[in-house]
Design a protein around this ligand. Structure first.
Ligand SMILES: C=C1C[C@]23C[C@@]1(O)CC[C@H]2[C@@]12CC[C@H](O)[C@@](C)(C(=O)O1)[C@H]2[C@@H]3C(=O)O
Ligand SMILES: O=C(O)CCC(=O)C(=O)O
Ligand SMILES: [Fe+2]
Length: 252
């Protein structure tokens, strides 16, 4: 058994511990290349508010290249990374999330997808990072539009771009987050995990999540239980945000 000294535990005490939950085998899967995708998307949104997409059209090469550059960025010294911060609202952030005083064992880059950022400070090869980010963001935006259009069709809304046009708008406030959850060896040795990104709902229309093959993402179900989402680095997970939930209800 490993015991943590008081001094060690004190530095983490302001970040809550993660509760272990069961892995779910019931996450809906939508194959975007199949004709039933629109029906399955609507069903998943209504019953779960969360689903996984395969055949999403974002190339694995673009994903791996960006992931590699992001890892390089996060492996730099805190001093170097902080040249891209603080995130008010965009840039590099560590531990502090949002404006409500939330904290987590996380560091991240927060970008507006429609805004030019000063990339000259983004890591050792900023131009490469900028190119990879831009091409990744445009592929993911394309996928998001496809999902939103399928959703409108599935809901039998005549105007197919009713949701997707919000994303295509030049003034869109869509954001891109690159989250890094550093290992916390002392806690892991003691079989505990610190909360990375704490409990929240996403205010947007939808969130498109991709991660490496590490577990950690948990979702809250209607029945009041939290479940762990089995990781899958080849797929994207789609979370219905508060704005879509409100608009969706208004569609009936
Ligand atoms: C804890 C929080 C972070 C967040 C604002 C909030 O109070 C609740 C929602 C969070 C979220 C989730 C989606 C996006 O990543 C984000 C930028 C957003 O708009 O809402 C974050 C906020 C944030 O990181 O500032
Ligand atoms: O990093 C994750 O897996 C979740 C992040 C998240 O929920 C968010 O950025 O809104
Ligand atoms: Fe979220």
């Amino acid at each position: 058994m490993v015991l943590l000294s008081k001094a060690t535990t004190e530095q983490y005490s302001y970040i809550k511990n993660c509760m272990p939950t069961k892995f779910s085998s019931t996450i809906p899967i939508v194959d975007l290349s199949k004709p039933d995708a629109k029906t399955l998307i609507v069903k998943a949104c209504e019953e779960f508010g969360f689903f996984k997409v395969i055949n999403h059209g974002v190339s694995m090469e673009a994903i791996s290249e960006l992931e590699y550059e992001a890892f390089k960025f996060f492996s730099m010294s805190l001093n170097e990374k902080e040249k891209v911060g603080p995130p008010n609202p965009f840039g590099y952030g560590s531990k502090k999330i949002g404006h409500n005083g939330d904290v987590g064992w996380i560091e991240y880059l927060l970008l507006n997808t429609n805004q030019e950022h000063n990339f000259s400070v983004y890591g050792k090869n900023p131009e490469k990072f900028r190119c990879l980010l831009n091409s990744y963001m445009s592929s993911v935006r394309k996928m998001a539009c496809e999902i939103l259009e399928l959703m409108a069709e599935g809901l039998k809304i005549q105007q197919k771009d009713v949701f997707s046009k919000l994303l295509m708008d030049k003034q869109s406030d869509s954001i891109f987050r690159v989250n890094h959850y550093p290992a916390c060896p002392e806690m892991t040795l003691n079989d505990q995990n610190l909360i990375g990104f704490g409990e929240h709902t996403d205010p947007q229309i939808i969130s498109l999540l991709r991660s490496n093959n590490t577990s950690g993402l948990q979702i809250y179900l209607r029945d009041g239980n939290w479940i762990s989402v089995p990781p899958d680095d080849k797929s994207f997970f789609i979370n219905v945000g508060d704005s879509l939930q409100v608009q969706h209800k208004a569609c009936y």
